[in-house]
Design a protein around this ligand. Structure first.
Ligand code: MLT
Length: 210
């Protein structure tokens, strides 16, 4: 535990780079705060990177909330963990001088799932999100108007053995209920990152207001 609440890695934006939105990097199950640094740098070389380590252990595999079985979650626990991560984001962005009004989450798998629940439960924490292989965890629409002006990319895989095929569109609808501008990109891929995710993420960020 650190004073800010989560072990994490922070990489400042390069001094000579164009100003780009800061990224909140959220790793998948079994990962850590280092996993998405290279991906984050590649999709946005000019961004500051804030990368916490999941504080839940599933037999030693780090996650951001618990899993009762594959795709089965305790909504109360997910809610508690989501609030804790959102509180960390608020504290860490203030600590490092990151502009939270421009903060884009980039989450993979379990990290994508908690980014989605942050959008649903704590919409003021993020300006938008790149959700790589998310599923529906909290089946509840975002409150009307809570996500107005926020852009979300859902990057799914057409051969994903973990995410049910109807979840990307269902998650999109839950976020659109709050006013989010959601794009779904489906790659020829399974649950792991593919080259198409890199290009889709770069394209998404290129469309984000500078
Ligand atoms: C989850 O538990 O968040 C999802 O099953 C994704 C995963 O971690 O594999």
């Amino acid at each position: 535990m650190t004073p800010l609440g989560y072990h994490h890695r922070f990489e400042a934006a390069p001094a000579d780079a164009p100003v780009a939105p800061p990224l909140l990097l959220l790793h998948g199950t079994g990962g850590n705060e280092n996993d998405l640094i290279t991906f984050g740098r590649r999709i946005s070389p000019g961004s500051a990177l804030l990368s916490p380590r999941g504080d839940v252990s599933e037999h030693g595999a780090r996650r951001f909330f618990a899993r009762l079985a594959e795709g089965v979650f305790d909504p109360a626990e997910v809610t508690r963990r989501t609030y804790a991560l959102a509180d960390f984001v608020i504290a860490a962005t203030a600590h490092y001088g990151i502009d939270r009004t421009r903060l884009i989450a980039v989450g993979l798998s379990n990290g994508a799932n908690i980014a989605a629940t942050m959008l649903q439960l704590r919409p003021d924490t993020l300006a938008g999100a790149i959700l790589l292989r998310p599923m529906v965890v909290l089946d509840q629409p975002a409150p009307a108007g809570s996500l107005t002006g926020k852009r979300v990319l859902i990057a799914s895989g057409n051969a994903d053995p973990i995410v049910p095929q109807d979840h990307p569109s269902h998650l999109a609808a839950l976020l659109q209920a709050g006013g989010a501008n959601v794009t779904i990109h489906t790659a020829s891929a399974g649950h792991n990152l593919a080259a198409a995710d890199l290009s889709a993420s770069q394209h998404f960020l290129s469309q984000t207001a500078k």
